[in-house]
Design a protein around this ligand. Structure first.
Ligand SMILES: [Zn+2]
Length: 133
């Protein structure tokens, strides 16, 4: 058992820190136990910011899934945008754009937070034809 503090409202939550707990899972992924316990406390808090944060985490997970499908053939975009969606959902990141070279031109991959708070991910393929002598 441990005590975790909500990052936003500082409310204290009792965390079991046992099998199946998020905190334990995050620790096994390399997070410091203290941080993991506070993270779980924040995600289970019912304050407005806590709820907003939890919603953002869920949104980021969905965006990451879509990102995997959209950029299945482009690991660069899949990895960079897949990692960035959490910051788009709950952090200070507003948008990012990648330009990736392909065999027949280039792909512009963009991800941004919309004014309504959604996450929009797009891929734009540009083909190039030309000669040089
Ligand atoms: Zn809270």
């Amino acid at each position: 058992m441990a005590q975790g503090t909500c990052r936003y409202c500082k409310q204290i939550h009792i965390i079991g820190y046992e099998e199946g707990d998020l905190a334990l899972e995050l620790t096994s992924q390399g997070m410091k136990p203290e941080d993991a316990i506070n993270e779980q406390a924040t995600r289970q808090c019912t304050c407005n910011e806590g709820l907003h944060y939890r919603k953002g985490i869920k949104q980021a997970e969905e965006a990451e899934e879509e990102c995997k499908k959209l950029f299945a053939d482009l690991p660069e975009a899949k990895n960079v945008i897949g990692t960035a969606v959490l910051s788009l959902a709950v952090g200070r990141l507003k948008a990012l754009t990648l330009n990736i070279e392909t065999s027949d031109g280039s792909v512009r991959a963009t991800a941004r937070r919309t004014t309504k708070g959604g996450i929009e991910i797009r891929r734009n393929h540009t083909t190039e034809e030309g000669v040089s002598v």
